[in-house]
Design a protein around this ligand. Structure first.
Ligand SMILES: [Zn+2]
Length: 119
């Protein structure tokens, strides 16, 4: 049984493109590290008298941070999976070195372990 790597690579690249679009909505690339994303900062140039507006801005920022964190985590998993395709180790369990079940990979294209060794 050989994996159809091209199929998974295509899926991974599609998801990567989608994640990048979503990341751009909530964050920007860290100017000091192009591999790191950071949430768009809160606009605190609001008149301190506008308390409600400030509170809203801060709560928006917290939401962006949480979303950005999850997207970046997923993005990094996709990146690692694409690297494994490059190295020829994609679809191999990192624990037992056996081939990861196809239905597990279908459910999660970036799975690094087989069903026996997941989580
Ligand atoms: Zn395993």
């Amino acid at each position: 049984m050989t994996l159809n790597i091209e199929h998974y690579q295509k899926k991974l690249l599609e998801e990567k493109a989608r994640l990048l679009r979503e990341l751009k909505d909530v964050g920007r690339i860290n100017p000091d590290n192009e591999n790191d994303w950071e949430p768009v900062a809160a606009n605190l140039n609001i008149d301190p008298a506008e308390e409600e507006e400030r509170a809203e801005e801060i709560s928006d920022f917290e939401n962006r941070s949480a979303v950005e964190f999850e997207l970046e985590k997923r993005f990094n998993e996709i990146e690692r999976a694409l690297e494994r395709i490059e190295k020829g180790t994609y679809g191999v369990c990192s624990v037992c070195q056996k081939q990861i079940e196809e239905d597990r990979l279908e459910a999660n294209y970036s799975a690094e372990t087989c069903k026996t060794h997941k989580g």
